[in-house]
Design a protein around this ligand. Structure first.
Ligand SMILES: Cc1ncc(COP(=O)(O)O)c(C=O)c1O
Length: 393
């Protein structure tokens, strides 16, 4: 049987991983500045994570949500404490799309309304409503097309106000990434998120903070939306939550009330997923990874800004992007195949850096040195690039 061919693959087979490195079948080592697509939060195969999963699997891996699963409550308590959202409620699922699907559905149940406001360049997943709220017509199947989603320009406060003035009574939710990931690392302005909060409150709509990529400490705060210092009604999470173990979830404000059968899933919240997610939070707490992401990210961002050949360096914490000019357009490929460094991308010309939050200063320096070398090789006539300053962070 053939695999359904939907992924344009790099001809590389990864067989081993540790921390911020992975190795291929020939033993070649790669620096992972991509974090397996922003998924690796505490580092590949972190020993505490491995131990937690091993210990859990020996006891019980799965039983359905028809019985009490105490490790779910343990996870909720820890997540409440670390995220600072202790009075929220947790619903567990398995992926980012599922988290957003449930959040949007819940907002509609809660308000009795149908319209969703989403933004240009957004990505919220590939299931029915999540993909309808995603600004990419090429992945929206005819059956997913709906008039219920209104797309507005990102960070456009006037357009948002106008939309609420015209449709306020029909809007169930606004869904917004704190930092757009797939869209190319675009930061939501604090005043924009504050306006979303106040308009949602004023018109009885639900503010959904898609934190699937920008959440879980990556931005230097637990949720990147926290930079605006207002609370969303629902936070959606996945990616970094399990460090590679598939687990997602939504945090739900206390004024949104549950009803039996309103949401549900077979696999969501299984024992093994909860053990993996708890291990991640324990390591985030123990190794102070939210602060590390902030410091290391700032260091990386500032050093990148000093490289003239790359443009528009932006981001927060360890969620960083920059534009790659046409003359060095093969930079990503060169980094991977000549220098063994994985990076992410956003079409058409953005390199996205999404490393593990536990990446070391030395590994960041290793990346910066190599990046400069690769740029110099692609642009052989350019003046020699500076060497890295190894002083203050
Ligand atoms: C912001 C955001 N939301 C949702 C998703 C969908 O997550 P998943 O692929 O786990 O369904 C992604 C995935 O890239 C994402 O970046």
């Amino acid at each position: 049987m053939k695999l359904f061919d939907v992924y344009p693959l790099n001809n590389i087979t990864i067989t081993k991983a540790q921390g911020s490195y992975v190795w291929d079948e020939n033993g070649v080592q790669y620096l992972d500045m991509y974090g397996g697509h922003a998924v690796i939060s505490i580092g590949h195969t972190h020993p505490h994570w491995v131990k937690r999963i091993e210990e859990q699997i020996e006891k019980i891996a799965f039983y359905s949500n028809s019985v009490i699963i105490p490790i779910q409550q343990e996870l909720a308590d820890k997540l409440g404490k670390i995220s600072g959202k202790e009075n929220y409620q947790l619903f567990l699922c398995n992926s980012g799309a599922e988290a957003n699907e449930n959040a949007l559905k819940l907002a509609s149940f809660h308000t009795g309304r149908k319209k969703i406001v989403a933004f240009k360049k957004s990505f919220h997943g590939r299931t029915s409503l999540a993909v309808a709220a995603t600004d990419n017509p090429s992945i929206v199947a005819p059956v997913n097309e709906t008039d219920n989603v209104i797309f507005l320009p990102f960070n456009d406060e006037k357009a948002l106000e106008k939309c609420f003035n015209a449709n306020g009574k029909e809007i169930a939710a606004v869904i917004v990434e704190g930092i757009q990931g797939v869209g190319g690392i675009n930061i939501a302005k604090e005043s924009f998120l504050q306006l979303i909060r106040s308009l949602c409150t004023q018109h009885g709509a639900v503010y959904i903070a898609d934190s699937v990529q920008c959440g879980y400490g990556r931005s230097g705060k637990f949720f990147s939306h926290d930079y605006a210092e207002v609370d969303a009604d629902i936070y959606t999470m996945a990616k970094g939550m399990g460090n590679g173990f598939p687990v997602g979830g939504i945090l739900i404000a206390p004024n949104i009330h549950p009803k039996y059968g309103m949401l549900g899933t077979t696999f969501g919240g299984n024992h093994l997923a909860c053990a993996a997610a708890l291990a991640v939070l324990e390591v985030i707490e123990e190794e102070k990874l939210v602060d590390v992401a902030k410091q290391r990210g700032m260091y990386l961002l500032n050093r990148l800004k000093a490289i003239d050949e790359i443009k528009n360096v932006r981001g927060r914490g360890l969620m960083i992007g920059f534009d790659v000019p046409e003359e060095i357009k093969d930079l990503k490929k060169k980094l991977l195949f000549d220098y063994n460094i994985f990076t992410g991308e956003a079409k058409p010309n953005v390199i996205r850096l999404l490393p593990s939050l536990s990446i070391t200063r030395k590994q960041v320096d290793e990346f910066l040195e190599t990046l400069k070398e690769a740029i110099a090789e692609l642009k052989p006539t350019a003046a020699p690039v500076d060497t890295i300053q190894k002083d203050a962070e």
